[in-house]
Ligand binder design. Sequence first.
Ligand SMILES: Cc1cc2nc3c(=O)[nH]c(=O)nc-3n(C[C@H](O)[C@H](O)[C@H](O)COP(=O)(O)O)c2cc1C
Length: 177
Amino acid sequence: MLQQFLSSNVNQRTDAYGGSIENRVRMPLEMMDAIMAEVGADKTGVRVNPGHTFNELVENDVPELYAHYLEELQTRRLPSPHVVRLFANDSAIDLEAFANQQYNGNTMMSGDYNLASTTKADAERRAAAVAFGKPHISNRDLAERFKTGGPLAECDEATFYAPGPKVYIDYPRYETK
Ligand SMILES: Cc1cc2nc3c(=O)[nH]c(=O)nc-3n(C[C@H](O)[C@H](O)[C@H](O)COP(=O)(O)O)c2cc1C
């Protein structure tokens, strides 16, 4: 829902919550403010998806929109936002560099990372942390495989969001013996 407010095509509101970038980020920020007032900024997290395209969403001003959004989040002293870089990959910006520049090298990144790109991001201080989605689904012992250099199993995308019994728990551990 918050992403729909950020969007430049789905959000067609003509009140204070639509139109300009300031107006489109208003609802997400008001929600963050309300949550932080209730539980404190240190217990509040936010996931940010620049250029998100699910359900035909369009954001036609990713750099300006997220520069403003991340700046506002930082003003609120919100700890490390979790930035997903999947969706703006084909836009003109290097999202890892962009997000960390906006948030003083303090973001948690995710989206198509592997061990090499994580190590690189860490060495270049372009992420405070990296989160894994799909690799963790098919490798329940992901950390162990990273440590031992074990091969990574691929995800079976047909089982994503599937209601049946064959889902996430069926991937075997990596046996070294
Ligand atoms: C089956 C599946 C379900 C997901 N569900 C959510 C979700 O509910 N909310 C969310 O923010 N991201 C969700 N994601 C996105 C992941 O958290 C992650 O950001 C994305 O897969 C990119 O990281 P990766 O390349 O390491 O998988 C989901 C991803 C997958 C594959």
